[in-house]
Design a protein around this ligand. Structure first.
Ligand code: G16
Length: 509
């Protein structure tokens, strides 16, 4: 205690009109931007950097997996402080504001040197002071996180040791090229010619940078000659991946996540962190469910869109997830991650020392096989597609539809349930409705219709077919042959060709 009391001052102030706290505390503009050198950064790297720097959000300017450049698409992805795609509540709010916006601020004379890493500070007028732009190496921070997830020395042995395998990675002229060169070639020792189309081009070289059998057909062709043991392609912003084995053996993305799940402890990260749960989007095949059942790990079925996985990850309920649309990833970030998927597969190859095909076929022998196919009808007239979906919904919600039996050739399929998929987020209870029409037959075979949400012209109608086969004498068929009857039922039920004026799908996976 001091002898005299401490003085208390009363100072003049004025009311603050803008201090209402948001969801979690008060957030304000600090005038700092972080940009990848030369404007290049993959979507997974952005997620990683947002999390590392504790940024309040991130904006990714990308055509993603669509053709880009002056004659193609452009797009904006908005990621929140957790590093993942903004939930619908946020994007709805942005949409709402876009309809009432009256002014915006721009500084036309601000010149940022995108080529030089480091901080640049600008003296702007009043409320934007101080304004700092930091140019960062787009690869380093992300590469560092991969070094902590995988055993790089082990992978280096696989790619450049005495018994090394040959790989071919196709960046499809998207942003992932510099990541492939730095991580796979420089660091893990794969020869420079194992990385193709690695120069990022603003129009992706005129190609469609979607890693599937149609748009990455050149890689499939290259793989067919048998020179390479492992192949992969990525999309424009590096979050999607396609995995191929020797002679072009195709790993369906739904199978890919199931194989990673079954071999999860080949990845050091999971040895330390453990496995909390698996998840897949509704139209993704149920191959992952079989692994979850055997390993007694919780499985979540979410609507399409990576954002639905984020809330489960934030709540510590999810470790590994995947989507049929060539997305695979884990809770290391909040985006799907193409290069992560490749290193996950390479970790499995390095541990098991078997071919991709042998790993896949052994998986089917153990767990059974989910035959799977997706038909895409791209750029369909929106009204025609919506009308078709409404009629289908009406038909499948009729009581008489349930238990109906469809006979094609010798096969019979009896409807068990049918609905429009609805999801209640187990963490925050948010309900998402209208997420795709499901017809589920006795035995688990499914026919799903869903309208895509990433096209920029008309709409893509997706038809997904999933059918489980556990008889090991029947697990080696061509999926198009194995699923022919279900495809016929789907076409007959929907009249999709008549309704859309198409004679067939644009892409078959
Ligand atoms: C985006 C989402 C994915 C989702 C896909 C679906 O892919 O990030 O999670 O599976 O859309 O596309 P659609 O609605 O057209 O079927 P990306 O690669 O564009 O981010």
């Amino acid at each position: 205690m001091t002898d005299s009391p401490l003085q208390v001052l009363t100072l003049p102030t004025a009311p603050y009109p803008d201090q209402r706290p948001g969801t979690s505390g008060l957030r304000k503009k600090v005038g700092r931007l972080v940009i990848g050198q030369n404007g290049i950064m993959s979507t997974p790297a952005v997620s990683c950097v947002i999390r590392k720097m504790k940024a309040i959000s991130g904006i990714i300017l990308t055509a993603s997996h669509n053709p880009g450049g002056p004659d193609g698409d452009f797009g904006i992805k908005f990621n929140t402080a957790k590093g993942g795609p903004a939930p619908q509540a946020v994007t709805n709010k942005i949409f709402q504001m876009s309809r009432t916006i009256e002014e915006y601020a721009i500084c036309p004379d601000l010149r940022v040197d995108l080529g030089t890493t480091g901080k640049q500070t600008f003296d702007l007028e009043n409320k934007f002071k101080p304004f700092t732009v930091e140019i960062v190496d787009p690869v380093e921070s992300y590469a560092n996180s991969l070094r902590n997830i995988f055993d790089f020395a082990f992978l280096k042995e696989l790619l450049s040791g005495d018994n090394h395998i040959q790989i071919c990675l196709d960046a499809m002229h998207g942003v992932v090229g510099p990541y492939v060169k730095k991580i796979l070639c420089e660091e893990l020792g794969s020869p420079a010619n194992s990385a193709i189309n690695c120069e990022p081009l603003e129009n992706f070289g005129g190609h469609h940078p979607d890693p599937n059998l149609t748009n990455a057909a050149d890689l499939v062709e290259t793989m067919r000659n048998g020179q390479y043991d492992f192949g992969a392609a990525f999309d424009g912003d590096g979050d999607r991946n396609m995995i191929l084995g020797k002679h072009g053996f195709f790993v369906n993305p739904s199978d890919s996540v199931a194989v990673i799940a079954a071999n999860i402890f080949c990845i050091p990260y999971f040895q330390h962190a453990g496995v909390r749960g698996f998840a897949r989007s509704m139209p993704t095949s149920a191959a992952l469910d079989m692994v979850a059942k055997v390993t007694k790990i919780q499985l979540y079925e979410t609507p399409t869109g990576w954002k639905f996985f984020g809330s489960l990850m934030d709540a510590g309920r999810l470790s590994l997830c995947g989507e049929e649309s060539f997305g695979t990833g884990s809770d290391h970030i909040r985006e799907k991650d193409g290069l992560w998927a490749v290193l996950a597969w390479l970790s499995i190859l390095a541990t098991r020392r078997q071919s991709v095909e042998d790993i896949m076929t052994e998986h089917w022998r153990t767990y059974g096989r989910n035959y799977y196919t997706r038909f895409d009808y791209e750029e369909v007239d929106l009204d025609a597609a919506v009308e078709m979906m409404l009629d289908l919904e009406l038909m499948i919600s009729d009581k008489a539809f349930i238990k109906q039996v469809f006979t094609v050739g010798e096969k019979k399929y009896q409807v068990e349930t049918a609905d429009n998929f609805e999801y209640s987020d187990p963490v925050d209870g948010t309900i998402s409705r209208n997420q795709g029409l499901r017809i589920i037959f006795k035995g688990g075979s499914r026919i799903i219709f869903r309208l895509g949400g990433t096209g920029s012209f008309g709409v893509t109608v997706h038809l997904y077919i999933d059918s489980y086969e556990k008889d090991i004498n029947k697990i080696f068929q061509d999926p198009q042959v194995a699923l022919a009857e279900l495809v016929a039922i789907a076409l007959q039920l929907s009249h999709i060709h008549e309704r859309t004026g198409r004679s067939g799908p644009t892409v078959i996976t």
